[in-house]
Design a binder for this molecule. Structure first.
Ligand code: NAP
Length: 309
């Protein structure tokens, strides 16, 4: 183990929580490494326009917001690597972080790994991903310009992305398993006013039809049991998130959904291990609350590192 792989703090995850923790930790003078397995910005990097992050009255692209947060933290010395964390081992004075790109030693670890979009788990969903099945309207929407597409889900993500698609596609069916949306009122009002969006209520998708590409969806009305075929060029799936906590089982307390349990200082019950953002039990799952969590976690981490001497 070389000394340059030893840090005061290792942050796992480069979304708003991890990047804000990185900003606060580096400004507190802690040698800090951030490990991100995907894109800097995390889930928010896929958002075409973030309208509810204070300070940007006209909204800001999620990708740009992530990049700006990263630049700000790097200015104070945040180091970043692209790797996946595969194991975390608590120790006495230090903790070992095993990644796909080697091992790192840290006096404290901040888990900010967020969550991944849930899958429907239906036939051909995996095989046709990238061939009509998508989890990112901002990325893949332009491929389906002037086409008919479907969105599955009724939360903020599904409705936000349906509105993004309404600027590109000729028709968007929003398929929701209930007859009432979960999305916030402002998004609902916009979607109901958008003539290109049509809702299919009380309906689930049982199967994706297509061989080389998605051709249609097999849907079922959960109230009547009626089965239908919906011809679309693409389906965009937004049915919530699952936390990235598989490698944490037995190490820190998790709730029944796999989210990390912390106190209000973002401390887990395992000394030197903190958690913040969407991965945390009771998180409001907003970019701004994740950023607030990240600041709180870094401040608690600083206290811990200084007290350990
Ligand atoms: P969410 O709020 O958990 O909504 C998931 C939606 O998918 C719900 O409508 C749910 O139906 C449906 N669903 C879940 N499992 C399903 C299944 N197996 N089959 C069919 N439908 C299923 O998730 P989200 O929309 O991804 O949002 C997550 C968090 O991020 C929220 O806190 C949200 O506020 C935040 N967010 C905010 C914005 C924004 O402010 N613009 C944008 C994106 C996300 P039910 O309603 O019946 O449960």
């Amino acid at each position: 183990m070389t000394m340059d792989k030893a840090y005061d703090v290792v942050i796992i995850g480069g979304g708003p929580a991890g990047l804000t923790a990185g900003l606060y930790a580096t400004r507190a003078g802690l040698k800090t490494l951030l490990i991100e397995k995907g894109v800097i910005g995390g889930q928010i990097a896929n958002a075409e326009l973030v309208e509810n992050y204070p300070g940007f009255p006209d909204g800001i692209s999620g990708f740009e917001l992530g990049q700006l947060m990263h630049q700000q933290a790097m200015r104070y010395g945040l180091e970043t690597i692209g790797a996946e964390v595969v194991a975390l081992e608590p120790g006495g004075k230090t903790r070992l972080v095993r990644t796909s790109d080697g091992e790192y030693v840290a006096r404290a670890v901040i888990i900010a790994g967020g969550s991944e979009l849930s899958k429907l788990g239906i036939p051909r969903e995996e095989r046709l991903t990238g061939k009509g099945v998508s989890y990112c309207a901002t990325c893949d929407g332009p491929l389906f310009k002037d086409k008919t597409v479907a969105v599955v889900g009724g939360g903020d993500a599904a409705i936000t992305e349906a509105l993004v698609l309404a600027k590109l596609c000729s028709k968007i069916f929003v398929i929701h398993r209930r007859n009432q949306l979960r999305a916030s009122r402002i998004l609902q009002e916009r979607a109901f006013a958008e003539p290109r969006i049509e809702f299919i209520w009380d309906t689930v998708v049982d199967e994706i039809i297509g061989d080389e590409r998605l051709e249609a969806l097999k849907t079922r009305n959960v109230k009547t049991g009626e089965v239908s075929t919906l011809n679309v060029s693409a389906v965009f799936i937004y049915i919530g998130f699952s936390p990235n906590t598989g490698y944490l089982k037995g190490l820190v307390p998790l709730d029944s959904a796999g989210l990390v349990i912390t106190n209000e200082r973002m401390e887990t019950t395992t000394p030197g291990i903190f958690a913040c953002g969407d991965i945390r039990h009771n998180s409001a799952k907003q970019a701004i609350t994740a950023a607030g969590d990240g600041a709180t976690a870094a401040m608690a981490t600083e206290r811990f590192v200084r007290e350990q001497g």
